[in-house]
Write a protein that binds this ligand. Sequence first.
Ligand code: V4E
Length: 240
Amino acid sequence: MSANIEIERKFVLSPQLAERLMTALESKGSSFEKRSFQKTRFTDIYYELTDTWTLTLRDWWLRRRETQWQLKVPWGDRSCASELDTYRELETLTELEAVLGWSPDAALHHGHIEPFAQIVTERDTFLVTYQGQTLRIDLDRADFGYAIGEIEALVQENGNEHEPTKASLPTAEAVSLAENAIFSFAREMGIAAPRKTVHGKLAEYIRRFRPAHYAALVRHRIFNAEDATSSNQLNADRNQ
Ligand code: V4E
C-alpha cells in the first residue's frame, strides 16, 4: 500500500493577506507558474469511537468529506510545535480498513463511531509549480467564523504497509525537498513565520466547542499547550 504524504504549512489568513495573495497568485512573471484556480464548498464530519477519544488521542483523524471517508495519520516523528504538519492521507476504503482494522461504514452502522464535529468550508485553491514542485495553496473560510490558509505539497510514499507511520529514506528525501519549497514559497509571498502554532480548522473548532476534548489533546501533547489560550490569533500574527 502506498499513500500520499501531505506536508502542510498553515498560516493565519487576515483579509489583507488574502487580498495580497490573490493578487500575487493571479499576477504573471513570478517565480512560479500558476496551473489552476478552483472554488469549492464542502462539509467535513469528523468521527471518534463512541464515548472515547481513542483515535484523536493517537493523532488519527477520521472524517467523511461529503461522501468520501478519509483518514489522516501522522508521518515521521515531528513534534506538535513544528511549523509543518506531515500526515499520511488515506482515501480509499481498502487503505482505511487496513490501517483502522475495521470498516468505517460498518462501524457507523453499528454505532461504534459517532460524529464529534461538522465543518463547512468555502475554499479557494491555487495550484502552482514552484522549484519543480506542485504546491497547492488553499484559502479556507469555515462556517464557524475562522479563516486559515495552507500551503501544501503531496509526496507519493514508497511505503511499508506494516509500519504506517515509519519513514522510508527516498520518501524522507522527497518530503525534505517539499518542505524547502513550502518555506521558500511562503517567504516569497511575504507570509510571516507565526509566533505560535497556527490551529487548523478542526483544532480551532475543538478548542472553541469541545473544551474537555481539547484539554485531553493538550495533555496528550497532540495539541501544543502554548496554544491553549489562543483565539483566532489574528492579533498575534504579523500577516495583517
Ligand atoms: C486536527 C488535525 C487534522 C484534521 C484535519 O484538520 P484541518 O487542517 O482542520 O483540515 P483541512 O480541511 O485543512 O484538511 P485538508 O483539506 O488540508 O486535508 S490533520 C492534523 N491535525 C492535527 C493538528 C495538530 N496536531 N495541531 C494543530 C495546531 N492543528 C492540527
